[in-house]
Write a protein that binds this ligand. Structure first.
Ligand code: NAD
Length: 322
C-alpha cells in the first residue's frame, strides 16, 4: 500500500503521516508514504521530525500538472490536505486561496484520474456551509460559504464531487470542524493564545467572544479521514464532528486556566469581517461506518497545552519570524 499525502508537512497532514507511520490508523498496516508539499509559511519539515527518514518527500505544488504526472502514479491512496487555510489571510488577499484550493485540487484530481488512482480523499471543512444558529448540518445541506477561504474550499469540494460523478473518480470528501493539537502553526487561535500566554503577552479576542466553534483533536480528525479512505463511498461527503462546542469566550477561559493566567491578559479586538457565528456538523453518517472520537476535549486541550509548553524550540522561531 502506497499513500500520497498532499500537504503532509502542514498541521493535519503531518499528524496523519505520523499516525500512518506509527501504525495506529485503520488496519495498522504501515504503508509506504510520499509527502508532497509546497512548504508555504505553514508547511514545516520539522512537523515530520518524529518519523524522519521513513517517507519520501517531494517539494512541489499541487498546481503543477507535470510534476503530478510523475509523482501520483503508483499510489493506492491519495489524500489531499494541501491548502491555504487561514481565514484572516483570505480576507487580506484571496488569490492564493483560489489558486491552491480550487485550481490545485482540480489539478491533483485530474492527475489521479490519469494515473487510475484507486482511492482519493479530499479533506475539507465545515466552513463551506456558512453559519448555523441552531441544529447541525447533514452532508446534503446547501453550501453557503462566507469567507474567501470557505468559498475556495467549497469550490474544491464541488470539483471533487464532479470528478466522482462525471468521471467515476473514486474520491470522497471529508468535512471537519475546528482542529487543535500539536504542531499547529501559531496563527490559529489555540496555539496563538497558548504561545502568547507562555510569553507573558496578551491575547486578542474577537468582538464579544460569542462565536461558537466545535473542537476536535487533530488525531480524531485523522482517524475519521482514514475511515473514509477505507470505507467511504465514491462521490459521498462525510462529516467529522468535534467533541466540544464552545464559545470563543469559553475557550479563552479554559486556556487562561490551563496557563495560570486571568482575564487581564485578554484584549478585545474588532470582530473579523463576515465572522460566521456558529458551525455544527452531524456526524451520523461517519458513525454508521464505525467512527467514534477517542480524545475528550479536556484531555486533548490539556495535552496540547503541555506540548506547546515543552516545545518552544518548535514554535519560538515561527513566532519570532525566523
Ligand atoms: P496548514 O495550513 O497547517 O497546512 C497546509 C499545508 O499545505 C502546508 O504544509 C502547506 O505548505 C501546504 N500547501 C499549501 N499550498 C500548497 C500547494 N499549492 N501545493 C502543495 N502544498 C501546499 O493546514 P491544516 O490546518 O493542516 O489543514 C489541512 C486541510 O484540512 C485543509 O484542506 C483545511 O481546509 C482542512 N481543515 C482544517 C481544519 C483546521 O481546523 N485546521 C478544519 C477542517 C478542515
Amino acid at each position: 500500500m502506497n499513500v500520497l499525502v498532499a500537504g503532509g508537512a502542514g498541521f493535519i497532514g503531518s499528524s496523519y503521516v505520523r499516525m500512518l507511520l506509527s501504525g495506529v490508523l485503520g488496519t495498522g498496516e504501515i504503508p509506504g508514504v510520499t509527502v508532497l508539499d509546497k512548504l508555504t509559511y505553514a508547511g514545516n519539515p520539522a512537523n515530520l521530525g518524529p518519523v524522519g527518514g521513513r517517507y519520501t518527500f517531494v517539494h512541489g505544488d499541487i498546481c503543477d500538472a507535470e510534476l503530478l504526472s510523475r509523482v501520483v502514479p503508483g499510489h493506492d491512496l491519495v489524500v489531499n490536505l494541501a491548502a491555504e487555510t487561514h481565514v484572516d489571510r483570505s480576507i487580506e488577499s484571496s488569490g492564493e486561496f483560489v489558486r491552491t484550493n480550487v485550481l490545485g485540487t482540480r489539478t491533483l484530481l485530474q492527475a489521479c484520474l490519469e494515473a487510475g488512482t484507486p482511492r482519493v480523499v479530499h479533506v475539507s471543512t465545515d466552513e463551506v456551509y456558512g453559519s448555523i444558529d441552531r441544529g447541525s448540518w447533514s452532508e446534503d445541506a446547501p453550501l453557503s460559504p462566507n469567507s474567501p477561504y470557505a468559498a475556495s474550499k467549497a469550490g474544491g469540494d464541488l470539483v471533487a464531487l464532479a470528478y466522482a460523478r462525471t468521471h467515476g473518480l473514486p474520491v470522497s470528501v471529508t468535512r471537519c470542524g475546528n482542529n487543535y493539537g500539536p504542531y499547529q502553526y501559531p496563527e490559529k487561535v489555540v496555539p496563538l493564545f497558548i504561545t502568547r500566554l507562555l510569553r507573558g503577552r496578551t491575547v486578542p479576542l474577537y468582538g464579544r467572544g460569542d462565536n461558537v466553534r466545535d473542537w476536535i483533536h487533530v488525531e480524531d480528525h485523522c482517524r475519521g479521514i482514514q475511515l473514509v479512505a477505507e470505507r467511504g463511498e465514491t462521490g459521498e461527503s462525510y462529516h467529522i464532528a468535534g467533541t466540544a462546542e464552545l464559545t470563543n469566550r469559553e475557550l479563552t477561559g479554559l486556556l487562561l486556566d490551563g496557563l495560570g493566567a486571568d482575564w487581564s491578559r485578554v484584549e478585545r479586538v474588532a470582530d473579523r469581517k463576515g465572522h460566521d457565528f456558529r458551525y455544527s456538523l452531524s456526524d451520523k453518517k461517519l458513525r454508521a461506518l464505525g467512527y467514534t472520537p477517542e480524545v475528550s476535549f479536556t484531555q486533548g486541550l490539556g495535552s496540547t497545552v503541555d506540548w506547546y509548553r515543552s516545545h518552544p524550540d518548535w514554535w519560538g522561531p515561527l513566532v519570532d519570524g525566523r
